[in-house]
Design a protein around this ligand. Structure first.
Ligand code: SAT
Ligand code: MN
Length: 593
């Protein structure tokens, strides 16, 4: 059956971008292999050693195109106030005119690929469909790993609406001009969302979330707008299943800013004996209410686009095992035997490799072998601990939601909110030290409410209100409990107080106990922390002074924290919900009591 919206989208894109060819992707293995082969020939991809890493490839971007670019990302709502103070806004008519001139002829000499894709299991009531048009074959093969894409999506689409996304690397080829390995626009980059029209336009970058439009652009920015309208949630969260030694299982969702360990937590190998963690998703979570009044979550993606540096058999063995074949690597080092390497993969670096810029590299080099935001792209189905229900169209019931970020001081290892509204306030108060996932300064503390700062498609004040409203849509006992964690607290000498990784299972076990009414906790002015002895520390040799510091709540620092929040919240003006103001006041009163 035809789809009028799709026919028009393709026709309009073709007329505007003037590609040499149009290719409608069927999503087959043959198509994938042919595109990889073509990119090996053009120099975009290097095939890795098939004996070590079958069917896997390395791509190197240019220095200017290595991460999300928040400064070039726009929410073009009709009214500026609806984009809110945390988003870049531009008048939609003005932006459309700008984009039309940029995209005019932008695909000349290239193939225009049409990628129909589903975010979420095909046919799930929680899933939604998008179509990306792109002139980047790298994007096509990445989207094949990251989403369910191809012909079968068209089969379920019928005449329904989908979210269109038009992407061009912005590097048209003159007749006879030789292509470069990583085409992109040297200066002009625009990642634009029209929330009312549910459209995405992305120009100039070929990297990650700028170019794989199903991920941040659709599954977060546009989906957050749809979710608000339709009474569901689109969140920057991993989803994990956790089973205790008695065989009881629960699902937990957790929001952390980019490159703060979501993938590691989602695939964690518990150090607590008898516990098991399984992965549903590592980045994005869509939740809708089930018939029983609980929130059910799906992972809208089908692959992992994870940060490579720091990933090792020690830090995340399940991620490494996921990457053993059928994977794409971007901006990592290439070893002499044609495998990949990045900082932290092995304690002993190889004596020679080709770095992410294509230069010779030895351990004495001043540069890093891999870019700090180097990424792997791998099918989720290959994860050894993928959850049995990861493709269940009904989703999995969520018992707890965790927020967190990188905080070297002030914030304790874990605390629980007093109730849903307080939890919304806790999510709104998330702040984190910046990472290499976005261009800009690293290690700078910034407010990142719900880890959604770069991903909320509308006014963040209204987003807080949406969260509060969700809490009123069911009975309190059906709602997930809300937590805040901080694995990154440092001691006086700058050393980590908590080892993190598999040891984080101890924190999850406390959450498990709390959500089963099996731990009583201890009230503090900021929330509930584990009562003495409730956090199982058996067998980990945590120095008692570390434990003390991990849970120390310094009233003076917290008063400053509250003051900082009060100031930050001012940017939302009258879009800041009264209930959030009341929660802040409550915190201040408890801190001063
Ligand atoms: O936005 S990306 O998909 O490039 C990665 C991230 O920031 O989480
Ligand atoms: Mn992310």
């Amino acid at each position: 059956m035809g789809n009028a919206q799709l026919d028009k989208f393709i026709q309009d894109a073709k007329e505007l971008c003037q590609p040499s060819r149009v290719h409608i992707c069927d999503g087959s293995q043959e198509e994938y292999e042919a595109l990889c082969k073509q990119m090996v020939a053009s120099g975009t991809l290097t095939e890795l050693n098939p004996k070590k890493r079958p069917n896997s490839f390395l791509a190197r971007s240019t220095k200017e195109d290595v991460a999300r670019i928040e400064g070039c990302t726009y929410i073009c709502s009709e009214k500026q106030i609806d984009a809110g103070p945390t988003n870049n806004w531009c008048d939609p008519a003005e932006m459309r005119a700008k984009l039309l001139s940029l995209f005019k002829g932008s695909m000349r000499g290239r193939t225009m690929y049409v990628i129909p894709y589903s975010m979420g299991p095909l046919g799930s009531k929680i899933a939604h469909i998008g179509v990306e048009i792109t002139d980047s074959p790298y994007v096509v093969v990445s989207m094949r790993i990251m989403t369910r894409m191809g012909k079968e999506v068209l089969d379920v689409l019928n005449n329904e609406r989908f979210v269109p996304g038009l992407h061009s690397v912005g590097a048209p080829l003159q007749p006879g001009e030789k292509d470069v390995p990583w085409p992109c626009h040297p200066k002009e980059k625009y990642i634009v969302h029209f929330p009312e029209k549910r459209e995405i336009w992305s120009f100039g970058s070929g990297y990650g979330g700028n170019a794989l439009l199903g991920k941040k652009c659709f599954a977060l920015r546009i989906a957050s707008v749809m979710a608000r309208e339709q009474g569901w949630m689109a969140e920057h969260m991993l989803i994990l299943g956790i089973t205790n030694p008695q065989g009881e299982k629960k699902y937990i969702a957790a929001a952390f800013p980019s490159a703060c360990g979501k993938t590691n937590l989602a695939m964690l190998t518990p150090t607590l004996p008898g516990w098991k963690v399984e992965t549903v998703g590592d980045d994005i979570c869509w939740m809708k209410f089930g018939p029983d009044g609980r929130l059910y979550a799906i992972n809208p993606e089908a692959g992992f686009f994870g940060v490579a540096p720091g990933t090792s058999m020690q830090s995340n063995p399940n991620a490494l095992l996921t990457l053993k074949e059928n994977s794409l690597f971007t901006n990592v080092g290439l070893t002499d035997d044609k495998d990949v390497w990045w900082e932290g993969l092995t304690s002993q670096p190889p004596s020679h490799l080709i770095d992410w810029l294509g230069q010779d590299w030895t351990p004495n080099s001043n540069e890093k072998a891999a870019h700090p935001n180097a990424r792997f792209t791998a099918p989720a189905a290959q994860c050894p601990v993928i959850d049995r229900a990861w493709q269940d169209p009904r989703g999995v019931p969520i018992s707890a939601i965790i927020f967190g970020g990188r905080r070297s001081s002030v914030v304790p290892l874990i605390y629980e909110s007093f109730d849903w509204n307080h939890g919304v306030f806790v999510g709104a108060s998330t702040s984190s030290e910046t990472t290499a996932a976005a261009s800009g300064e690293m290690g700078k503390l910034r407010h990142d409410p719900f880890a959604m700062l770069p991903f909320c498609g509308y006014n963040m004040g209204d987003y807080f209100a949406h969260w509060l409203k969700i809490g009123g849509m069911t009975t309190p006992d059906k709602l997930p409990k809300i937590y805040y964690v901080n694995w990154f607290r440092k001691g006086k000498n700058g050393e980590w107080l908590w080892p993190g990784f598999g040891e984080n299972s101890r924190v999850l076990a406390w959450i498990f106990a709390r959500t089963s009414n099996r731990a009583k906790g201890q009230k503090t002015p900021i929330g509930i922390i584990p009562a003495e002895g409730e956090l199982n520390l058996e067998g980990m040799n945590l120095p008692p002074e570390n434990l003390k510091e991990l849970f120390s709540i310094d009233l003076k620092s917290w008063r400053e924290e509250a003051e900082g929040l009060r100031k930050y919240f001012e940017i939302f003006g009258d879009r800041l919900p009264e209930k959030i103001k009341a929660e802040l006041k409550g915190l201040e009163e408890r801190l001063n009591a």
